[in-house]
Each structure stands twice: as structure tokens, then as C-alpha cells.
Design a protein around this ligand. Structure first.
Ligand SMILES: *Cc1c(COP(=O)(O)O)cnc(C)c1O
Length: 390
């Protein structure tokens, strides 16, 4: 049996150090040893988010933190703008509607980023907007939205910028305080190289003021309560997922050892590697200029059954890739390269994809593809990522 390689945009493979930590026995979460660990984790999370504000850990998948953002920052009847350029943009809309929040939707074609022009037009149509809800990286399409520009545009306005960074934090730069993001959140199973089950959320000073004014009726996702616990004695309101937090401590230690610049550099280089390979195969990329660094969406040749390609990759080569969702179902492959993935995994993934498309009667070039991919990886590793990519 071949080794299975998980190249999906979440969950992602676990480093051995993290797996060993996860296997450890339980400790008690209110005792000094664990409180000290939570204190260290808090410092590391603030370092990761690049913020001076507390970062709250919640026992939930990423959508739990999205829900917490909506219910704590907005009240029934408030108006928000949703940037909807994919599945996860839609999720913002679904969560907000569930809580009776009035949603203005800006639809962006799947594969394209939002522009400031779009936002300006929408704000004329929806003048009472209290927040803009967006993905840093739209995982269903592989697009990177221009968060830095949006934050600059909103700086002087009384509108909160709420960013789902689930497939961006720990993958590409997203400095919360420097850019002026009001709410940044992520999950454990993508860039953070952990199993699913933890989410993280941090708020700016003005976002906290909004929560204090709102006095949200929240029992479990009670961000004010969680903040008080952190500030008082590094604790959590409820029993936390103890082993996941121990794994997180290990993962953040690995990030510290490497330095985030180097983590981002590798993610960038892997992205260049997959994009070069797809082009060399004669295939088209879904996200053209503004692309995320954790996955690459590749359009399949006309008439090729995407599901058959994915099955072939898995069965013949042990390579697990993701497909498209909704209107993109069967038409694209989403090649994940986030977290604990290296050039060797990606090389195997490219080879499997190339041969699987050919096996499904798709037209694909195979000459020199792996060499070109490897050359792109080495070049991008040497040169590093562009400073102004957003
Ligand atoms: C994975 C993902 C989610 C969903 O997270 P869950 O952990 O499945 O709740 C939301 N937004 C983005 C951008 C994601 O990549």
C-alpha cells in the first residue's frame, strides 16, 4: 500500500511532534501546570495573529468562531455587507441571516477577488452598514481577497472589518494590528497543522467596544467572558480540548523555531510550484492574479469527470485532493499545499494529477512538468515572496 498523502485544503497532515503531543495523557485544566501552558499559548497566539489583543480559543470548528464573531459584534436588525465570492462567503451570509442580521450581499464571480470599487458602490446602496464580513482566502476558489486595501479603505469609517482567516492564518501574512483588522479568526485544521476542533478569534479595541455596547446574550460563545478569564488567570470559561491545546503549543513552537517569514516563504514557493505545474500541463488556473498560498484551484479539461480524476489519484497513487463545490463540482481540482506539506508531497501530487487526468482521457501535457515545477519551487524559495501581494 502506498503512503497516503493528504493534499486537501483542510484537514492537513500533522507533524510527528504534534502527533506525539496529542497522544499524551490528560492533565487537569484548572491546575497550575496547564494554566502556565495556556499563558504561553496566549503569547504565541498573539505573536501569530500579530496583535496586542487577547486571542480567544474556542472548542469548535472554524464556523463556530465565525458564529461567535457575528453574534458578539452585531445585533438583530444591524446591517452588514457580505463579500460572497464562494462557498465560505455564502456561509457568512447564512450565519448572519440566522441571527436576524440584515445582509447586503456583494456577489463576486467565483475565482475573482473583491475590489474597493465594488465596496464603494455597495456602501452607497447600504448606508447603514456596521460591518464587512469577508474571507482572507476563499478556500472554495483559491482567491485571496485584498484585506490590507479593504482595511485601509475602512480605517476612517465606523465599519468593522471581520476577516475569516481560516485558510490564511499561518499560511500568508495577515498582520492584524498593522493592517487594522477588527476581527480575525481561524481554525485548527488548516495552516496550524492540528486536527479539527479548535478555533481562534481576536478583536480590535473598537470591536471590543462594540461588544461591550451590544451586551450579547451568548452563553457558550461569550467573548467578553472568555476575555475576562484570559486576563484574570489565563483560563477558559469551559473545559477546553486539553490535548488539542497541548498540540497547539507544540505547533506554535515549531512556527517559532522556523520564524513565520520562512513559513510564508515555503507556502509561497509551494504555490509557485503547483501553479507552474498546472500551466506546464496546459491547464488553466481558476484564480488568476489574487491567489491564496495554501491551495491551488486547477480547471480540468472539458469533458473530464473530476470525480474520476480524484478517485484515480487516491486509488493509484495515494494522493488525496479535493474537488470543486456547487457550480464547480467535477470541474476543478483543489490542490492543497498548506501546513505540514513539502516539495516532495507536492511533486508526488503533481505526478498523480497529471497521470490521472491522462487516465481519464483528458488532454494534458506531461513533458518536463515535474522539472519545471521543481525549478519554480527553487526559484521562489531563493527569491522569497513579494512584499505587496495583497
Ligand atoms: C475550512 C473553512 C471554513 C470552515 O471551517 P470549519 O472548520 O469546517 O467550520 C470556513 N472558512 C474558510 C475560509 C475555510 O477555509
Amino acid at each position: 500500500m502506498d503512503k497516503m498523502r493528504l493534499l486537501t485544503p483542510g484537514p492537513t497532515p500533522l507533524p510527528e511532534e504534534v502527533r506525539l503531543t496529542l497522544a499524551m495523557d490528560m492533565v487537569h485544566h484548572r491546575k497550575p501546570g496547564f494554566t502556565a501552558l495556556l499563558g504561553e499559548i496566549q503569547k504565541d497566539l498573539q505573536w501569530l495573529f500579530e496583535t496586542s489583543q487577547p486571542v480567544i480559543s474556542l472548542a469548535s470548528s472554524g464556523s463556530g468562531a465565525m458564529t461567535a464573531a457575528v453574534t458578539n459584534l452585531f445585533k438583530k436588525g444591524d446591517q452588514v455587507l457580505i463579500i460572497e465570492g464562494g462557498k465560505f462567503g455564502e456561509r457568512w451570509g447564512n450565519i448572519a441571516s440566522t441571527y436576524g442580521i440584515d445582509t447586503g450581499i456583494i456577489s463576486v464571480p467565483w475565482g475573482k477577488p473583491i475590489t474597493i470599487g465594488h465596496i464603494e458602490t455597495a456602501l452607497r446602496q447600504y448606508p447603514k452598514v456596521k460591518g464587512i464580513l469577508v474571507q482572507a482566502s476563499e478556500t472554495s476558489t483559491g482567491v485571496l481577497h485584498p484585506i490590507k486595501e479593504i482595511a485601509e479603505y475602512l480605517r476612517e469609517k465606523d465599519i468593522l472589518l471581520v476577516v475569516d482567516g481560516i485558510s490564511a492564518v499561518g499560511i500568508s501574512p495577515l498582520p492584524m494590528d498593522k493592517w487594522g483588522i477588527d476581527c480575525l479568526l481561524t481554525g485548527s485544521q488548516k495552516g496550524l497543522m492540528l486536527p479539527p476542533g479548535l478555533s481562534f478569534i481576536s478583536l480590535s479595541e473598537r470591536a471590543w467596544k462594540r461588544v461591550e455596547e451590544n451586551r450579547p446574550r451568548e452563553f457558550y460563545f461569550n467573548l467578553l467572558g472568555e476575555r475576562d478569564k484570559i486576563l484574570k488567570n489565563s483560563q477558559t470559561l469551559f473545559t477546553p480540548p486539553i490535548n488539542l491545546l497541548m498540540g497547539l503549543h507544540t505547533c506554535l513552537g515549531l512556527f517559532r523555531q522556523q520564524g513565520m517569514e520562512n513559513v510564508f516563504r515555503r507556502q509561497w514557493a509551494l504555490t509557485q510550484m503547483v501553479r507552474t505545474a498546472a500551466t506546464a500541463m496546459g491547464l488553466t488556473l481558476l484564480a488568476e492574479d489574487h491567489y491564496t498560498w495554501g491551495l491551488t484551484s486547477i480547471k480540468l479539461p472539458e469533458g473530464v469527470d473530476g470525480q474520476a480524476v480524484l478517485s484515480c489519484c487516491a486509488e493509484r497513487y495515494g494522493i488525496i485532493l479535493a474537488g470543486g463545490q456547487d457550480s464547480l463540482k467535477g470541474r476543478i481540482v483543489r490542490f492543497g499545499h498548506m501546513g505540514h506539506v513539502d516539495y516532495g508531497d507536492v511533486l508526488a501530487g503533481i505526478m498523480a494529477l497529471m497521470h490521472s487526468i491522462a487516465a481519464c482521457d483528458g488532454e494534458v501535457k506531461t513533458d518536463n512538468v515535474l522539472e519545471q515545477a521543481m525549478a519554480a519551487y527553487e526559484k521562489a524559495s531563493d527569491e522569497g515572496y513579494p512584499e505587496d501581494f495583497a
